[in-house]
Design a protein around this ligand. Structure first.
Ligand code: FMN
Length: 146
């Protein structure tokens, strides 16, 4: 990505049963509609190439289903693996945001197509907001570097 190009946003998510994935798709849609280049990465199957996409992103939006009052075990495994980035401060100066989906929001016995429209709209708004802020960040870095 060139400094003057669109902001790059990576969504790093874990969804066991598809509800959080619906929210992630809405976040991606909102960001893309606001001009960002977006990649979505399922952290339970993350590859070296996808780690590199996270390294290159201007912003990372983390998403996990809520399991037992916290992020899922798969998301925690990813978070622990990110210590390789934490030690050398590889992700310093990136924007970050996050979202979850819990039984308090989605009916636990209903499928992903029952995720509430209001939650989908909120997720689209989150993606759009991060995209706008990432564009501002990017322009600021380019100005300071000039
Ligand atoms: C193992 C497990 C633990 C859960 N724990 C919680 C919880 O602590 N609080 C809650 O509100 N919902 C809890 N839920 C419900 C999920 O958060 C909810 O079904 C969510 O939509 C699942 O997202 P997913 O389809 O992306 O996996 C749990 C579900 C599972 C399978």
């Amino acid at each position: 990505m060139s400094p003057s190009g669109p902001p790059g946003i990576a969504i790093a998510l874990h969804s066991g049963y598809g509800h959080t994935a619906v929210i992630a798709e809405a976040v991606a849609r909102g960001a893309a509609d606001s001009g960002a280049e977006v990649v979505s990465i399922s952290v339970d199957t993350i590859t070296d190439e996808q780690w590199a996409q996270l390294d290159a992103a201007d912003a990372i939006i983390f998403g996990s289903a809520t399991y037992m009052g916290t992020a899922s075990a798969a998301f925690h495994a990813f978070a622990q693996a990110s210590s390789k980035r934490w030690f050398p401060h590889a992700w310093v100066d990136k924007l970050a945001a996050g979202f979850t989906n819990a039984g308090a929001q989605s009916e636990t016995d209903a499928g992903p197509d029952a995720v509430h429209r209001s939650d989908i709209a909120t997720a689209e708004h989150l993606g759009a907001r991060v995209a706008r802020q990432a564009a501002i960040f990017r322009a600021g870095h380019a100005t300071l570097a000039a």
